[in-house]
Design a protein around this ligand. Sequence first.
Ligand code: ADP
Ligand code: MG
Length: 373
Amino acid sequence: MNRYHRLSGAVGVVLLATFLLAGCSENDRPLDAPVRFEGAIFGSFYQVTVMDPLTQGEANALEEGFLAELESVDQAMSTYRDDAELIAFNEAPLNEWQPLSNELIEVLSISRSVSEESGGAFDITVGGLVNLWSFGPEARPETIPSEAELNERLAIVGYDAIDVDTQSMQARRTRDVFADLSGIAKGHGVDRVAAYLDQQGIEHYLVNLGGDILARGYRHPDEQTPWRIGIEVPHTGPQEAQHILPLDNMSLATSGDYRNYFEEDGERYSHTIDPRTGRPVNNRLASVSVFHPSNAWADAWATALTVTGSEAGMQLALEHDLNALLLIKIDEGQWQSLGTPAFINYFGDALVEELGIDAWEDPSAPRQTATGE
Ligand code: ADP
Ligand code: MG
């Protein structure tokens, strides 16, 4: 006992001496929580908030690490840089299998699943049309394309034009479509940052990549209070929250027609294209938020439901047990908030009622009668 004390005392003295000799470096300085990292990325922004105790040096290393993940996502799936892997894939000869990176195969494979499950509402082969409508890398003037141009590009659209083999990690195009992963890449980026932070042993954080969000652990770890996120009012004015929801080890992606669009003759043209018509979607669905443990899935599904609109979207949500919140335009500046059955189940009746969110009722379900048994 005594001996142990003497030894540990000696070690303590040595440690203290080293510390004094080295001086208290900037890197060892503990930071106050929350530590927030912010910047521009993918033509949008990133914001990562960490509640775990960090020194300045750990914070720097963490930021460097997750930015490297995002850079790798950009390098694989951007349609805005010539050296992207996706651009090479889009230019490769038709019908020839191309060996691709794990991450590109994973995202192509999720895209394919959401396409199949959504009846083609999510379809990355709309790329040619996205470009035609001036939302893509071709940087055309913001104007309405001619019928001829539109039909020509629409003719080859269809998710069956891309085959993905997850065993051999290869993919191929069977028609000359332009694969556009912008509807899912941000979500995948969120998943990648989260996986990196998990791997580094970070337990309490919030990742926000251009509005696609993933929460882990707690906002206040001591009191175990969850992260809270705002679902935006779907208007073009300043950002305000329509609803505030707790997010407990969950992610969400929101699609909407109120941020990214162009206007001509008073008509708004959304950046989400309906693969059936080749035209920007135009329905009463102002905003769709999908909650899913994987943000790539949430992101793709949010776009899919934006395409289908509220009625067909609700049927799909029922079929695939999707946890989603839809804001449906009922009048200028007025929206009805509608939760899918999985949403109501997840957040609970009490909170949903308190927030003024309506439960969707399936019109095809047998009606309950008051007559009893
Ligand atoms: P939002 O936040 O509105 O979902 P995203 O950036 O996640 O926006 O996705 C929109 C992008 O997805 C478009 O800019 C386009 O590149 C691509 N896209 C458009 N329509 C579709 C579609 N039907 N299926 C898949 N991707 C699409
Ligand atoms: Mg999206």
